[in-house]
Design a protein around this ligand. Structure first.
Ligand SMILES: [Zn+2]
Ligand SMILES: [Zn+2]
Length: 303
């Protein structure tokens, strides 16, 4: 059997796009990832020239690719600051923080680490003891709050997240499964009331391409997996979405495009979700109740 060559040049292929059936070499795969990234970055909602962009940087493959692309392939004049949240997960986070520091230094990007322990009084491990099945929910709520706070503190105009196409498709399905009408209709505001607006420049790139790009650019260190992942609703949804994509390549892109279409059609039909100020922490919250205070309150009661 001869090795397939790239659809665009005579080089040996390293990647098969199952949607188009095209094989690509390392150079043309990288070119495609960078082109899709730049196109998404320039679309409405992306950063303007000269903006200060905080990058949610866990040190994993997706956010490492995001930081690398923002530092090397984005139009110049973006001012970057990488933010790593230390959740306090034994046997997992210590290794990734070292790797994150190294990559930020290599790319010459300012790097800040913010910890659950400093912000919430204790590590995630202690916060979810006895309710490990809720770890990803607790972690997600607190991590979003810390990222917002850190982005605001360092004067960022925008917060860039490393969500890829797979994550976007999973989120659409999860919102349906949770019956979250506001998220399904895209009616949750992005920014406003002291919240730094978020942007997701990898949202149109499949994870397989992100991972291949990471391997080709030495951005894929061997890291332990988060011990809580297996408990998450997302893990089940991920399997479902990937099986559908395998049987019918292009499913993820269609789910995400359908969501964008739905949002455009229903925009303005739902009353906008209102921000109120949480009496507990003073932060702006949607819908009148603060999930952070609720979580920290119930964690304190338990101890
Ligand atoms: Zn090629
Ligand atoms: Zn609160």
């Amino acid at each position: 059997m001869t090795h397939p060559t790239c659809a665009a040049c005579p080089e040996p292929a390293v990647y098969l796009d199952r949607v188009s059936g095209e094989h690509l070499c390392a150079g043309h795969l990288a070119e495609r990832v960078e082109a899709t990234f730049c196109e998404t970055l320039r679309a409405p909602g992306g950063p303007a020239r000269g903006e200060r962009v905080a990058v949610a940087f866990s040190g994993g493959k997706d956010s490492s690719v995001l930081l690398h692309l923002l530092a090397t392939a984005a139009p110049p004049a973006l001012e970057l600051v990488a933010i790593t949240v230390d959740e306090g997960i034994a046997g997992y986070r210590d290794a990734t923080i070292g790797v994150a520091r190294e990559l930020a230094a290599r790319l010459g990007v300012e790097h800040r680490v913010v910890g659950f322990r400093e912000a919430c009084g204790r590590d995630l491990d202690a916060l979810v003891e006895g309710r490990e099945h809720r770890a990803c929910t607790v972690c997600g709520v607190l991590r979003r709050r810390l990222l917002q706070g850190a982005a605001r503190e360092c004067g960022a105009d925008r917060l860039a997240m490393g969500h890829c196409l797979d994550d976007e498709a999973e989120s659409v399905v999860m919102n349906w499964l949770r019956g979250d009408l506001y998220r399904t209709a895209g009616a949750r505001p992005n920014g406003g009331e002291g919240m730094v607006p978020r942007t997701r420049p990898l949202a149109r790139i499949p994870e397989k391409e992100v991972v291949s790009y990471a391997l080709l650019h030495d951005l894929a260190p061997e890291l332990p997996e988060c011990p809580y992942t297996r408990h998450a609703l997302r893990a089940g949804v991920r399997g479902l979405v990937h099986r559908a994509e395998f049987r019918s390549p292009g499913t993820m892109a269609r789910v995400v495009a359908g969501q964008a279409d739905l949002e455009a059609r229903v925009r303005g039909l739902l009353p906008p979700a209102d921000f109120t100020t949480c009496p507990g922490c003073g932060e702006p919250v949607l819908g009148g109740s603060c999930r952070v205070c609720a979580l920290l309150g119930s964690a304190l009661e338990k101890h």
